[in-house]
Design a protein around this ligand. Structure first.
Ligand code: F6R
Length: 244
């Protein structure tokens, strides 16, 4: 298996290790690829704590987020722009204008996806890409069936993704139907990748991603094609893999 894999008994220890992994790669001019969702919240909390202790400055970095819902902007607390402000950017010294996320309010989402893709290749690719994984094996919002060579695009979210993300919206029907996401092509272009997964609901997707033949049916299996992937799992997310 080409991955460097670590399994943590204590999810807080996973958060700290993920924060240390990312902080060790921060240097002036670094381009960091970031994820949202429940999984990396603890990592962001640890990064903010490191910043407060004077151990980390993000002053010289640029960031690219993976994805945003079509129709939501930073003023909407359910947007990923709002998530990033709340969990990281407002607490650290990243320079204004140095963080990037697709604009969910662009009335032409296809045009926004093209703009974001151009920007990604102008300023990037990313030095590092942090990823979570969906129960259906998505990375970013690249749902099952996405070709591995696709760039940034507008995606029709899978029903199971809308179900998984329903809490913030009150019901799965209220979750936006579409999102803009970096493609697997962008993700694989990062120099290094950190994949994080917590909880039993991710165990099967993790097993297939790490142990089955790479296939667009399970988008995270594309990571097997990348030479430098680190995987941090909690005990529950690791329970289906053959090498715990
Ligand atoms: C988030 C993203 C998604 C999530 C995945 C897991 O920017 O791109 O792929 O990483 O849906 O979400 P959580 O961590 O909420 O289980």
């Amino acid at each position: 298996m080409p991955f460097s894999l670590e399994v943590f008994d204590d999810p807080r220890e996973l958060d700290r290790a993920a924060a240390r992994w990312l902080a060790a790669r921060v240097r002036p001019g670094a381009v960091l690829g970031l994820a949202t969702g429940n999984t990396p919240m603890g990592m962001y909390r640890e990064l903010v704590a490191m910043h407060r202790r004077g151990e980390l400055s993000l002053a010289g970095v640029r960031t690219f987020n993976l994805d945003e819902y079509v129709g939501l902007g930073a003023d909407d607390p359910r947007s990923y722009a709002a998530y990033m402000l709340e969990h990281l950017f407002r607490w650290v010294d990243i320079a204004p204008g140095q963080w990037h996320i697709p604009d969910g309010l662009n009335p032409d989402p296809e045009e926004e996806a093209s703009r974001y893709d151009r920007l990604y290749w102008e300023l990037g690719p990313c030095d590092v890409q942090v990823l979570g994984i969906g129960r259906n094996g998505h990375i970013g919002f690249n749902e099952p069936g996405t070709p591995f060579d696709q760039g940034t695009h507008v995606v029709e979210l899978a029903w199971e993704t809308r179900l998984a993300n329903a809490e913030a919206f009150g019901s799965p029907e209220a979750v936006p139907e579409r999102a803009i996401t970096l493609g697997i092509r962008n993700i694989l272009a990062a120099r290094e990748i950190l994949l994080l997964a917590k909880g039993a609901s991710k165990a099967e997707a993790v097993r297939r991603a790490l142990e089955e033949e790479p296939s667009p049916d399970l988008p995270a299996s594309a990571l097997q094609l990348h030479p430098r992937v680190t995987v941090y799992l909690d005990r529950e997310a690791a329970r289906a893999i053959s090498r715990p």
